[in-house]
Write a protein that binds this ligand. Structure first.
Ligand code: NDP
Length: 482
């Protein structure tokens, strides 16, 4: 893939200080639109996650999400395992007997086998993360002026894990449906771990911070626990909590879970449907793409801007592996096949969504890595130069791409993702149940909310430069619509 074959300027930035980075950025003469050069942080540096929490209602909302999101995961587990995947049936009973009785009757049981398995799995991923060789990549300048290095070896970790899983299954040592068969205990173990990790993140941020000046306290402990305090919590310089948690156990497990539910479908029904294969194929493209482009991931919101709290710690540990695989979980127990024309259409549309997703993200990454010295659709990239300050008062220069896909909309990279998500769900969603469509609904809400968060943050970071950008690129996600 082009993005990894090109000489990467992050390698050039490797071993450079923030000041050197600034100089490197300023030294390029590029085709640029005029821009306001004034800084957003004249007196203080407030960009990054909010350092205020809004009203107490806002904190209450965060508390609500921390309580309800785990219950929602469990509700889905119950719906799949006791109501054939029918949300209308499970909701009806929940309303009839009340949530307390409902969860009392159906709440998943703790399993020592699943808890042990989950612990071994987690430690195995830690060992791969620390032990496998990988390219050293550089992140982006933080508000406090830190430029961190990361070992990006996710692809090797994914390959080792999958070869081991498939190999052991092939020779009969491992039942490939093991995850599906222990799903109940895994839901509980992962949930508990997500909360423990959130607690660790909170206490570490308060008492043993890695980069003190990159912490944000909002005045609300609930908000801080939810959104995180530390930007880049680490143990030493080797173990990065955020890259590991966001990018390893959950995302590596994503495809493994799918494979396990395919095996489960076969064991239950004696055949494998094209719908479960298409859903898994689209997931696999997305996951493998993520690991091939792990260096790119270092310049996305998750790593550059979101702090490490419940949102990322619990979200990546439980929400991602359990809710993103709902389609294959559903199909394993409720198999149905797609007609050949429909299967072809869904696959092609899904792959088109993926290609759009990758091409758009690649354009932005290319523009950033070459500092605008590149061609987009055969023409020199159009760049808007913007400025911002770090906490030490240093002024830095950055660029916003405004040509190619990025001339169409400010978050056009979300459009391809939404098309791909829709097709992942369409492969499983023809049976009339709402459950397989959950991922699309979630992605719609997540990405629109992400646009709002990102726009607020970028306005604070770049000030008038961002206002100019919004005037130049008017649409948010879908040109002409939103
Ligand atoms: P981006 O990768 O688009 O990152 C946004 C940041 O990029 C901004 O904060 C800004 O950061 C910079 N930026 C914004 N506009 C421009 C521009 N025109 N030119 C150059 N830089 C710009 O967003 P996300 O991290 O949200 O998403 C990355 C991908 O991951 C998306 O395709 C999304 O669909 C996908 N995704 C998937 C999720 C899932 O759960 N499946 C969850 C979240 C995202 P700055 O200027 O400060 O560097």
């Amino acid at each position: 893939m082009e993005s990894i074959m090109l000489p990467s300027p992050v390698d050039v930035l490797h071993h450079t200080s923030p000041v050197q980075e600034k100089e490197a950025l300023s030294s390029k003469n590029q085709t640029r639109l005029s821009s306001s050069i004034s800084s957003a942080c004249e007196n203080s540096c407030n960009w990054g996650r909010r350092n205020r929490h809004g009203s107490w209602l806002h904190s209450l909302g965060c508390l609500g999400v921390m309580c309800l999101a785990p219950l929602l995961v469990i509700f889905y587990f119950i719906t799949l395992n006791h109501f054939h995947g029918s949300i209308s049936l499970s909701s009806k009973l929940l309303l009839e007997i009340g949530p307390l009785s409902f969860f009392h009757v159906y709440f998943p049981q703790v399993s020592s086998k699943a808890t042990f398995g989950y612990t071994v799995w987690y430690l195995f991923q830690v060992a791969l993360y620390l032990g496998l060789p990988g390219q050293i990549s550089t992140g982006q300048l933080t508000p406090a002026g830190n430029l961190l290095k990361y070992k990006t070896n996710g692809l090797s970790a994914w390959i080792v894990t999958h070869v081991l899983f498939l190999g052991l299954s092939w020779i009969g040592i491992l039942d490939p449906a093991i995850l599906a068969k222990n799903w109940e205990g895994l839901v509980v173990a992962a949930n508990v771990w997500g909360f423990i990790l959130t607690g660790i993140a909170f206490l570490k941020a308060c008492y043993f911070p890695t980069h003190e000046r990159d912490r944000k306290f909002s005045g609300s402990r609930i908000y801080d626990m939810y959104m995180g305090i530390e930007l880049n919590p680490r143990i030493g310089d080797k173990f990065d909590f955020k890259l590991f948690t966001n990018g390893r156990p959950g995302i590596v497990a994503w495809t493994l879970i799918d494979f396990s539910f395919i095996a489960y479908q076969y064991q239950l029904h004696g055949y494998i449907t094209n719908s479960i294969l298409i859903s898994t194929l689209l997931h696999t493209f997305y996951v493998v793409d993520f690991f091939i482009n792990e260096d790119w991931y270092l310049r996305t919101i998750d790593i550059c801007h979101d702090h490490f709290g419940f949102y990322l710690a619990w979200g990546s540990s439980i929400w991602l592996p359990f809710m993103y695989t709902l389609q294959t979980q559903y199909l394993a127990q409720n198999p149905y096949s797609l007609s050949t024309p429909l299967a072809t259409l869904i696959t092609l549309l899904g792959l088109s969504g993926y290609v759009l997703f990758r091409c758009v993200n690649h354009q932005k990454d290319l523009a950033r890595r070459t500092r605008g010295d590149c061609k987009i659709w055969g023409k020199p990239a159009k760049i808007l130069t913007v400025r911002y300050k770090t906490k030490d008062g240093e002024e830095h220069q950055s660029l916003l791409l405004v040509s190619g896909f990025w001339g169409w909309a400010r978050h056009v990279n979300y459009a391809g993702d939404l098309v791909l998500s829709a097709m992942m769900c369409a492969a499983a969603g023809g049976g009339g149940d709402l459950l397989p469509w959950t991922y699309l609904i979630f992605m719609g809400v997540l990405l629109v909310h992400r646009c709002w968060r990102d726009e607020e943050r970028c306005r604070e970071k770049y000030g008038p430069g961002w206002i100019d950008y919004c005037k130049t690129v008017r649409w948010v996600i879908f040109p002409g619509i939103y």
